[in-house]
Design a protein around this ligand. Structure first.
Ligand code: ZN
Ligand code: ZN
Length: 415
């Protein structure tokens, strides 16, 4: 809502989970007003005037809402023939419905890295649609024939993704990259996504293929810095990723095939890595059934097995790790399963920080989201059980997630 609100909320009888310290407090209260957290403590809760709702959570855990830093709310199908007949309006309605489902799973902030626009973020912000805080980057930049150039091989028409519900736009050469970056920032992008290697979902390129030159990446980084924003890159292979990190990008998506030099550069540049293990896991299991093209399906094996090892190496080296799911189409229902996969190599507190405090830092929203600190947005989860004992507490919202609270307003969760 854009109208000012004096809404207040008092939560009592809670265990407060603070991801920064890993502390869980007993018999605690938390108060919110005007959509923000105003305070919390243990012992006797403050008295509030009649009419202020009091939510007695009866010993449940209250924690900051989750952040997923790699989503594509616009990509709600694998079926390109079908989506070719969608209007932008229809695609947007589907996207916003997807956003609502994310909120109901416990994600109160998502970073969209290809497809979502300022109109969708505005619709959610104004309460026209229910959804997480949507940090959008507009369309990702792809070179001709790159991961975002989705034309069939027989299509010789010029690439044009500006009016279609696409996740990327094609820009070749320093000047075109500069212009496209400026255009996305003009339209309110909070970050710029660049596709610097082949991908799994794009059937015609190889994951080890390098896309874009150093000069083109540097042009994007310069534009981002001028706008006080940053560049994040889709990349798998060190051939592409390491050059991008040297060129000044702040964040790497996927990174499955990273090497020692990638890790050294990530640490040295204080850059971020957003692994997205769940998307390969889900595509391998259900991709064929969900309509993933055969040529994409065959590429999953190139990245799936090494993804967990890459995460483990990055974790041990102290890389800034952020939660990401990157699920497409009907597979988006598995958004929480990234927690389960990461639990094989990371302790619960580190995984939780990747979806709260570290993600907030990447999004330049430190102190605003991913924390229970006074002054932060009152985006909260009320959960039965302690995710620090078992991170899978979060993966079964139908059993454990009692409330999602967005900007101080509790949302009833089905189940
Ligand atoms: Zn990607
Ligand atoms: Zn993606």
């Amino acid at each position: 809502m854009t109208t000012p609100s004096t809404d207040r909320l008092l939560i009592t009888n809670a265990h407060l989970l603070h991801p920064e310290s890993g502390e869980v407090t007993d018999a605690s209260w938390l108060e919110a007003a005007d959509r923000r957290i105003t305070g919390h403590g243990t012992g006797r809760p403050p008295t509030v005037p009649d009419g202020v709702p009091v939510l007695d959570v009866k010993g449940a855990t209250v924690m900051p809402g989750l952040i997923d830093a790699h989503v594509h709310i616009l990509l709600t199908t694998f079926d390109r023939a079908e989506s070719a007949s969608w209007t932008p309006g229809y695609a947007t309605v589907r996207a916003l419905k997807e956003a609502e489902r994310m909120l109901r799973r416990g994600f109160t902030t998502v970073r969209d890295v290809g497809g979502a626009d300022h109109g969708m973020a505005r619709a959610i912000e104004e309460g026209l649609a229910l959804g997480p805080r949507l940090i959008h980057g507009g369309k990702a930049l792809s070179q001709t024939g790159g991961h975002g150039d989705i034309r069939p091989l027989g299509d010789d028409t010029a690439p044009c993704c500006q009016t279609r519900p696409a996740f990327a736009r094609v820009a070749d050469g320093v000047e075109a990259v500069r212009a496209a970056a400026r255009d996305e920032f003009r339209k309110g992008a909070a970050h710029l996504k660049m596709l610097i290697s082949g991908g799994v979902a794009s059937p015609h390129d190889e994951v080890s293929a390098v896309q874009y030159t150093d000069e083109e990446i540097r042009a994007a980084v310069t534009e981002a810095e001028h706008h006080n924003r940053y560049v994040t890159v889709h990349g798998y292979h060190p051939r592409g990723i390491n050059r991008a990190l040297r060129a000044g990008v702040r964040c790497v998506e996927h990174g499955n095939l990273l090497d020692d030099e990638t890790i050294r550069l990530l640490v040295e540049h204080d850059a971020y890595l957003v692994p997205t293990l769940v998307t390969y896991d889900q595509m391998a299991q259900f991709g064929k059934h969900a309509g993933l093209p055969e040529r994409s399906y065959r590429k999953i094996a190139d990245v799936q097995a090494v993804g967990l090892t890459a995460l483990e190496r990055a974790h041990k080296a102290g890389v800034n790790l952020v939660y990401g799911s990157d699920l497409l189409g009907p597979l988006q229902t598995a958004q929480l399963e990234e927690f389960t996969l990461r639990a094989e190599v990371q302790p619960p507190i580190d995984i939780l920080r990747s979806a709260t405090t570290t993600a907030a830092r990447l999004l330049n929203l430190e102190g605003e989201v991913g924390t229970l600190a006074a002054g932060a947005h009152a985006d909260l989860l009320v959960v039965d059980g302690n995710p620090l004992d078992d991170i899978r507490t979060l993966t079964r919202p139908e059993q454990n997630l009692r409330h999602v609270i967005r900007c101080g307003t509790p949302l009833a969760v089905a189940g």
